[in-house]
Design a protein around this ligand. Sequence first.
Ligand code: SF4
Length: 424
Amino acid sequence: MKSTTINHNDLYRFPWTLADNAISWLEPTSECNLHCDGCYRENRKGAHKSFAEVKTDLDVFQSQRKSDCISIAGGDPLLYPDIVELVAEIKRRGWKPILNTNGRALTEALLKDLKRAGLFGFTFHVDSGQGRPGKWHGKNELELNELRLHYARMVAEVGGIACSFNATIYQKNLEYVPGMIKWAQQHIDIVQTMVFICFRHIVPDMPYKWLAGDKEIQRSDVLYHSDRNRIITIGSRELMAKVREEVDPDFMPSAYLNGTHDPAAMKWLMTQRIGNRNRIHGYTGPKFAELAMSLYHLKTGRYLSYVAPDASRHGRRAMLLFSLLDPHTRKALGKWIGSALRNPARLFERSYLQTIMFIQPVDVMSNGDQSMCDGCPDITVHDGKLVWSCRMEEIMEFGTFLRSIPIAGPDQALRASEGPAVPD
Ligand code: SF4
């Protein structure tokens, strides 16, 4: 079996920074029509920003930060009363508008309006920790593939809009990650990206004091806390090892984003595969990612975020072009040629590009430092300032980001933060 270890120095480090990034994160509303287990935003009914306030947030992005796309999130952005106008406004300002939604409020009529307004893509959040009502209640991740397919088909039918899915990964649904990745291959023609976000919470076992400035805060005062111990240490490397074990031993990431306090952490870990529903030819390598990112930046002055579905359909062209400089892509090309020699009909099969992203949010280090994504793509605006969206509740509640201080010395803190914890 292939080694499951990976050295971050062998991958391309995304060049994203605070000032020049692929993505920025906009939250026009805090209202949601679900209550997801791992959510980091308080669900505030009717808490919509006025359109003028949202435009001011966009002004902040425009003056502070280059980005290729604006991820419109929340809350659920489809509940925002001016969502169609907002998509049009983002498009008018030259960004790609991306909707991060659970999909529940999406209708065919709204989808058509959003397309007319210039929507570039969807990221549908679907997972078993959302407490979805009705038919989906209690379904596991593989059963929820039916719902994912429903949204992917809806989007494919109107055409020209990118379709991605994300899921929060807890101990309880970790076993389904390989099955979700296999499902994505079966629908590689209409699903461009799968994102897996590792669950994080503040749990009783964490041996830290939490401070807002000099004031100690109780764990239970923080929105994202659990009263029981839960496993909060699943990371990108573990997800990658699982996929290598159960899906493909050759599964090979190409690019990453490190942690602010740990250069070897894979806070964002990207794998891109080329193939079709019958076979994966291979994986693009670090040079492919570097070329794509750099050429796009040369052309547009921005780092590449989402890719249009039309571009994802050109897997063969990408293999031919990028294999000149990227050995991993060359290997994929060789595999494709070999397979076509065995069966020439395969020459006429289309090949697609599909991205698998693992995201590993905040990690509390043994000395209490909180390691964030270095060059965070999901920075949002609060009171005119750029802040991590995953921790904005701390600013809203306490006026500052919380600090964590080890209670009993770094060594004990490290041991305790690594377990034991009860499974979900
Ligand atoms: S730092 Fe937080 S908000 Fe930024 S990308 Fe990482 S998890 Fe997302």
